[in-house]
Design a protein. Structure first.
Length: 430
């Protein structure tokens, strides 16, 4: 029997939320701390499935750490260089792209590596070919164990690098992030050339900024070419506080914009290093009233209007915009979002299916979605496709005058286990 959560109609949104740590930052700093010289105390670490997959992998790779009872503080004992596990390993990494892709690169540095990386059925449908090809060009020995170009993969190390590496940019920024992380650790200097346009550029900014905090400099030439000096070491900053997750912020900001009251989100501000902070600008363009504080952002209701925008740089929160647009006046067009198709599910197909249930007219193409909002949003049952972001963004339908039922609400544990609890905290019912 399917687990279904019924969300009652919400009269008003009001209150404050302390945002959990950013997933993108949490998994990056866990890996960089493990590679670094010295110990690193991470504060406000996200406690979720994706982070647990990284922690479990690091533990099996002999990286020592002390995790607090709340799982939100972690002291990592730095390895001072590449990982050298003593035995054959098989690491199960769920559906965490921020784990499997960087670990594929990092483990390829070990010449005696004998490790299999695998995950959930959907992980076996998510592409890894372009990253593997680049690593092979630098000497890595990596084999596909089931379907060619997809996990599971068998890594036997051997990556020594080459003066020029090429990586496909249009599928996932995680491929480039993975190469950037390992290039300082090899002997020679590296030039990484991007083929086709790089998607999700703000995630590359996160990677480069975090590498800098750990003592590594990357030259970024207009996102087309990256230059990294070899023979470097990651150096622990000693302590790092992880800011609130900007992607998670989008649901609460939209809820306030649709049916506030005012919502105040603590542990994030306009100087966030996350690209998804740009969601605030999009919401403002739609008409929401935004205020910034020293370490918070607040949003207040206003009449919302449609947008026509390229949201390639913020694909995850573009989903929240799609649902928010059901409450806006006019036709919304979201463009340049092909990489929705290679995420936790085929999000372009899934979003189209679920948005249509509300009575909206939906048109989709290769890399766009056009949304004609319904006169009145219907009461619906949302299929989540085991995709955490679909569960969270469609919770906003409870801000219509109807309830909404969410199938498999526990899929939010991937990045935000307490999402529905926090959503209820700011909800006022009749």
């Amino acid at each position: 029997m399917k687990n279904i959560l019924n969300l009652k109609p919400i009269h008003k949104i009001k209150g404050s939320i302390f945002l959990p740590g950013s997933k993108s930052i949490s998994n990056r700093v866990l890996l960089l701390s493990a590679l670094a010289k010295g110990n690193t105390k991470l504060i406000n670490l996200l406690n979720s499935d994706d982070i647990n997959h990284m922690l479990n992998a690091l533990k099996k790779l002999n990286i020592k750490f002390i995790l607090s009872k709340s799982k939100t503080e972690c002291l990592i004992i730095g390895n001072n260089g590449i990982f050298k596990p003593k035995k054959k390993l098989k690491l199960f990494l769920g559906n965490a792209g921020t784990v499997i892709r960087p670990l594929t690169a990092v483990l390829s540095l070990n010449s005696e590596c004998d490790i299999i990386l695998t995950g959930e059925p959907r992980m076996k449908e998510r592409p890894i070919k372009h990253l593997v090809d680049s690593l092979k060009n630098g000497g890595a020995i990596i084999n596909y164990l089931e379907k060619k170009n997809f996990p599971p993969i068998h890594i036997k190390g051997g990556f020594q690098g080459t003066k020029i590496l090429e990586i496909e940019g249009s599928i996932s920024s995680q491929f480039l992030t993975s190469l950037l992380i390992i290039c300082p650790l090899i002997k020679q200097n590296t030039l990484i050339n991007i083929t086709n346009n790089l998607v999700s550029k703000p995630y590359i900014d996160i990677t480069i900024k975090l590498m800098k905090i750990f003592g590594i400099h990357v030259e970024n030439h207009n996102y087309q070419q990256f230059k990294i000096s070899g023979q470097q070491n990651y150096i622990s900053p000693g302590k790092y506080i992880i800011e609130g997750d900007a992607s998670s912020a989008s649901y609460f900001l939209s809820a306030a914009a649709i049916k506030g009251g005012t919502v105040k989100l603590n542990n994030i501000n306009k100087n966030s290093i996350q690209g998804d902070i740009k969601y605030v600008n999009v919401l403002q363009k739609m008409g929401a009233i935004i205020n910034y504080g020293k370490n918070y952002i607040s949003c207040t209701k206003n009449t919302l209007k449609s947008i026509n925008m390229d949201l390639n740089n913020i694909p995850d929160v573009a989903m929240t915009i799609a649902v928010t647009s059901l409450f806006a006046k006019g036709i919304t067009t979201i463009k340049n979002i092909y990489n929705w198709r290679v995420k936790e599910t085929d999000r372009l197909k899934a979003m189209s299916n679920e948005l249509k249930k509300t009575g909206a007219k939906i048109i989709t193409g290769y890399d766009y979605i056009i949304i004609y909002p319904p006169k009145q949003i219907k009461e619906v049952i949302i299929e989540t496709y085991n995709d955490h972001r679909i569960a969270m963004c469609f919770s906003l339908l409870s801000l219509s005058n109807n309830s909404v039922s969410i199938i498999n609400p526990n899929c939010t544990s991937k990045t935000y286990p307490n999402f529905f609890k926090d959503f209820k905290k700011i909800s006022i019912y009749n």
